[in-house]
Design a protein around this ligand. Structure first.
Ligand SMILES: [Zn+2]
Length: 238
């Protein structure tokens, strides 16, 4: 059977994620709608290529909208939505997890941050399948970097393939079980931040359907490259 790829569009519902503001300082678009649009395009390309796809969300909603204490830590917060996402991909038996987010940057002074951009790909180095995490992260990073530079004509800053603890604790979707992460994801995965919404050019690309389609193809290429590089006994290209 073809591998099942879980595609996770970051945020959703009342959790808008990163915001982009127009020249008047009004929010004109935000992360959760762009990640969903991009995730749907990734799904379409993967399905065309014979993969099975699990959309972690396929609409403008959270999996756990501040309703249940999914992770049982006594607090109802965004971690419960992330736990619900993990529970779904684990229950469906996904073989690979691709979580798509977008970055943003604001100077505390309110100064123009539209020159701050770049691509970064996170993976967890503290799992039993960390080698696969790292390999998939490299596939994603290389495919997107090349696409930005060669197909989209944007000399994007390469912020590299980074461990998921680079900003502090483990990223909930990728990390091992900890005091904070009650049930960990059971398959290799990455969290991709392909661009900064607040960067002048990258903010434009995020709203350009042709650019998003090009990026979606790069993600699918990365998934294919990951499975093509898997050891003989676990390889199952569609
Ligand atoms: Zn995000």
């Amino acid at each position: 059977m073809a591998p099942l790829i879980a595609v996770d569009a970051g945020h959703g519902g009342r959790d808008l994620g990163a915001r982009h503001c127009d020249a008047q300082g009004q929010m004109d678009y935000h992360e959760s709608t762009v990640t969903l649009e991009l995730a749907r395009l990734v799904r379409d390309v993967l399905v065309q290529r014979g993969f099975r796809v699990l959309m972690v969300r396929d609409g403008d909603y959270l999996l756990n909208d501040f309703e249940e204490d999914t992770n049982g830590d006594g607090v109802v917060d965004t971690a419960d939505d992330l736990q619900a996402r993990i529970d779904l991909v684990n229950a469906e038996g996904a073989d690979l997890l691709l979580s798509i987010h977008l970055n943003a940057f604001f100077f505390a002074s309110g100064a123009d941050a539209s020159d701050v951009g770049g691509i970064i790909t996170y993976y967890c180095a503290e799992r039993s399948f960390s080698d696969d995490n790292h390999r998939f992260a490299q596939c994603v990073h290389e495919a997107l970097l090349t696409t930005f530079r060669e197909e989209l004509g944007h000399a994007i800053d390469d912020r590299g393939v980074e461990v998921d603890t680079a900003l502090g604790g483990h990223l909930y979707l990728l990390g091992p079980e900890t005091e904070r992460i009650t049930r960990a994801s059971a398959m290799p995965g990455v969290l991709s931040e392909p661009l900064f919404l607040t960067h002048r050019r990258e903010g434009e690309l995020a709203r350009d359907p042709v650019a998003l389609q090009t990026l979606a193809t790069a993600y699918a290429d990365a998934v294919e490259a990951y499975f093509a590089g898997a050891p003989e006994d676990t390889r199952s290209m569609p």
